[in-house]
Design a protein. Structure first.
Length: 288
């Protein structure tokens, strides 16, 4: 039973999807009024979680051949033969469709539509494009940036400027994060036949420039919530310090192209987003 549970956690990428749930919840918290609609919040988080888990399962069904060729993914349940393709496909469909229907009936149609859009881009654009173009990373950042917008629409049943700012922050944050991971595992991606930018750019110059450019673009975008008056000085200062730090780690990689600095950039990205989200929530509560 413990082994099967571990396989299910790996198949649904439970740890990774925790961030999807958190960003959805933050989007809802920032958009919700008073009194706080706890039941609607619960429905939004639960429905989004189901869609996220289902998309991860279906992604592994589609990528099972490439996963079997890469060292870091060869032991996943499907390529390792511990879970059958038909079983995984059935589970992924049930979770995904169930989550979309749940959002439609328990939250609103707009949030369900965004969930369906996230699922469609992830499975039918990003996943197949990974085998053909390094642009897949950019496409993959779109569904990764939609969950906070889903949280916002769940609370307000509409999309406004701040929802797009949240989308922009998540989109830009992901790119250096993904590129750092791709640099660390570039040999593995090459074995899997995936033409990631880091596979094509063996010297690292193009990769480093993109990291710096995306971090540089993230800094002013992350300050927009304060500039637009939605957040105050606490958030502004937090975003400024975090953004400068993130940018600094990208410059460090651009100077060395080393595995060490790529790993440091990845760790910085993992710390950056939760810290920024906490600053958003604390500042919003402080203002209210």
């Amino acid at each position: 039973m413990a082994s099967r549970w571990d396989d299910l956690k790996e198949l649904t990428r439970l740890r990774l999807n925790t961030m999807v749930v958190v960003t959805t919840g933050v989007g809802f918290l920032l958009a919700a009024g008073h009194p706080f609609p706890w039941w609607l919040f619960t429905h939004a988080v639960l429905g989004t979680t189901l869609v996220a888990l289902g998309s991860s399962v279906l992604n592994q069904v589609l990528e099972r051949d490439a996963d079997g060729l890469m060292r870091r993914t060869a032991d996943r349940p499907i390529p390792a033969g511990r879970i059958g393709v038909d079983q995984a496909l059935g589970l992924g469909v049930v979770l995904s469709v169930g989550g979309l229907l749940y959002l439609a009936f328990a939250v609103n149609l707009l949030t369900s539509f965004l969930g369906a859009l996230t699922l469609a881009i992830y499975l039918f654009l990003y996943t197949p494009l990974k085998r053909h173009s390094s642009l897949a990373t950019v496409v993959g950042a779109i569904p990764g940036a939609l969950p906070p917008m889903m949280g916002w629409t769940a609370a307000r049943d509409g999309i406004d400027l701040f929802a797009w700012v949240l989308f922009g922050i998540l989109f830009l944050w992901q790119m250096p994060h993904f590129l750092a991971i791709a640099w660390l595992y570039r040999n593995d991606y090459e074995r899997g036949g995936l033409p990631m930018l880091t596979v094509l750019d063996r010297q690292g110059g193009i990769t480093a420039r993109q990291m710096v450019l995306y971090c540089g673009a993230l800094l002013p975008v992350s300050l927009l919530p304060a500039v637009l008056g939605f957040h105050g000085l606490l958030y502004f200062l937090s975003a400024l310090v975090l953004g400068i730090g993130y940018l600094g780690f990208s410059f460090a990689f651009a100077r060395s192209y080393s595995v060490r600095d790529a790993r440091r950039l990845m760790l910085a990205s993992v710390l950056y987003l939760p810290a920024l989200l906490v600053a958003m929530v604390v500042d919003r509560v402080w203002l209210v």
